[in-house]
Design a protein around this ligand. Structure first.
Ligand SMILES: [Zn+2]
Length: 178
């Protein structure tokens, strides 16, 4: 809105036209492939790997791990599937206001109070939605570890988009105060 702002990920570069993603402003360098390096420079773990099974009708896979140096909460933000339906049956799902969120996925947790404190912030919620929109599920552990995973047909995953969106999520998680 006003003058040039710093980048919310690397905190270094001033960019007159930052890219808004997941409630944060990212400079061009972080947006265009520099997200992993910027996350590592902040002391976050971030590693994402793509693979595929089969050649004729391949199934594309993504796996990743990340971490922030602070206590978090126990929750999974999952694309809908048989496991998430089962969790709903057992009362382990958490609802938020935004119906768009629930079109993309479900929140599975027994740690509802702490999870709610995180996911009720709009910016954090949009960061999780970005990853769900890439067909990526996210699991957060109270020790500060994060895992991402996904499998789909037809389209390979976009590694740099997932890295960027995961880095943004880590910034939000790093600001979490239980
Ligand atoms: Zn940056």
């Amino acid at each position: 809105m006003s003058g040039p702002a710093g980048c919310d990920l690397c905190r270094g570069t001033e960019d007159p036209k930052p890219n808004r993603i997941g409630g944060l402003d990212l400079c061009r360098r972080c947006y265009d492939g520099g997200a992993v390096a910027a996350a590592h420079a902040r002391g976050f773990g971030l590693w994402v790997k793509l693979s595929a099974i089969g050649t004729d009708n391949p199934i594309f896979l993504v796996r990743g791990t990340a971490s922030v140096p602070r206590p978090l909460f126990n929750a999974s933000f999952r694309r809908k599937g048989p496991r998430s339906l089962l969790a709903a049956m057992f009362g382990m799902t958490l609802r938020v206001q935004d119906p768009l969120f629930h079109e993309l996925g479900v929140i599975v947790t027994r740690d509802k109070a702490r999870t709610r404190r995180f996911i009720e912030a709009d910016a954090a919620q949009s960061a999780v939605m970005d990853l769900l929109g890439e067909d990526v599920s996210v699991t957060v552990r109270e020790g500060g570890q994060i895992q991402v995973s996904g499998a789909r047909k037809h389209d390979p995953f976009d590694q740099s988009a997932i890295e960027r969106e995961l880095a943004v999520l880590l910034v939000h998680l790093d600001g979490y105060a239980p």
